[in-house]
Write a protein that binds this ligand. Structure first.
Ligand code: ZN
Length: 347
């Protein structure tokens, strides 16, 4: 099959080519629960850039050469002899983690904390290819009105945004405020989930006017241009208190300190984007009783819930299609902020 293969790390992201479009052996069924997916679309994610930079080198058993791509959807091509829940030809979206289902975390539904899990695209070959190896437990069948390439980024970008926004929606009341930092790839999904699942006023902060404009169209009640004084604007918009929930899709630079400063006392600061550091004096933690919550992708049931929102048209992805052979261009366009929303590679 054809695949876009990463052969080298590039710590400063300076190279013109990060992957090579080439022939590689087809994936093979070796376990009864294995499933091979014909890729309809593979999302391009900032995590792919972080893999190329080498950030994940010490946090996973990643080996080179490597096929990126953890946001996959397509059609079932081949199944192992123990697979009963899908059949050849089914249209599916792929939960990013391959789990076995026997550990306590799996049995409790905490897929992301499963023991012995495999994360194709991170520590196994991913979906920047014509075919992907996954297993039966990872697959959610897609309804007729959803196309794999239109929903592929939901498996990570959408799911992560959904999990954070769902947690915030669980405690946000009418009359309260939620701040979304970063209205781009993940943020634009989080905004739609918040609009669908809670009645709080949604405030979006972003540097890019295009992202703010998109945010207003999909449910933001207020938008704030990120600059030096944006915390003051949030404080003013929230009646002098800060927001009951802040969802930080940036997680680096000054977003972290400003995000915490925008969180009301006893409010919750959700970390989704990463790369920075949280620094807060412990005395401020006890006096403010702020909660700081990390969000790691989402569970299989949460992917099913998100597909229910997508099927009803309540969450739409803003996608940009690239050919698999143009993977380098898609990655560079992401790195240089050439589009809002998400890029999808189509073989
Ligand atoms: Zn991703």
């Amino acid at each position: 099959m054809k695949a876009a293969v990463m052969h080298l790390y590039d710590e400063k992201l300076e190279n013109s080519d990060w992957v090579v479009y080439q022939d590689v052996p087809d994936p093979k069924i070796t376990n009864p629960s294995d499933v091979i997916i014909r890729i309809g679309g593979a999302g391009v994610c900032r995590t792919d850039l972080h893999v190329i930079e080498g950030i994940w080198r010490d946090h996973s058993d990643l080996t080179l050469p490597h096929i990126l791509g953890h946001e996959n959807a397509g059609w079932v091509e081949e199944v192992g002899n123990g697979v009963n829940n899908v059949k050849v030809g089914d249209k599916v979206i792929v939960h990013p983690l391959m789990t076995k289902g026997y550990c306590l975390a799996c049995r409790r539904g905490n897929d992301m904390h499963a023991e012995d899990s495999i994360f194709p695209g991170i520590n196994a070959n991913g979906g920047y290819a014509e075919y992907l190896l996954t297993n039966d437990r990872a697959l959610v069948k897609l309804p007729d009105n959803l196309d794999p390439k239109a929903v592929a980024p939901h498996t990570d970008a959408g799911l992560t945004a959904y999990r954070a926004a769902k947690q915030a929606a669980g405690h946000l009341l009418p009359g309260e405020y939620v701040v979304v930092i970063g209205g781009g790839g993940l943020g634009h999904i989080g905004i739609q989930v918040l609009a669908a699942m809670c009645a709080a006023e949604i405030i979006v902060v972003d540097r890019a006017e295009a992202a703010l404009e998109l945010s207003r169209k999909i449910g933001a009640h207020h938008t704030v241009k990120a600059g030096d004084g944006w915390v003051d604007e949030i404080i003013a918009l929230t009646g002098g208190h800060g927001a009951e929930a802040v969802i930080d899709f940036v997680g680096e630079g000054d977003a972290v300190q400003k995000g915490l400063a925008s969180t009301r006392n006893q409010g919750s600061y959700y970390i989704v984007g990463y790369g920075g550091k949280v620094e807060i004096p412990t005395i401020d933690m006890i006096t403010s009783e702020k909660r700081i919550i990390g969000c790691l992708v989402g569970t299989f049931p949460e992917l099913v819930e998100l597909m229910a929102l997508a099927e009803r048209g309540l969450v739409k992805l803003d996608t940009h299609e690239y050919k698999l052979s143009d993977a380098n261009k898609a990655l560079h366009d992401l790195h240089h902020g050439k589009y809002t929303g998400r890029a999808v590679l189509v073989p």
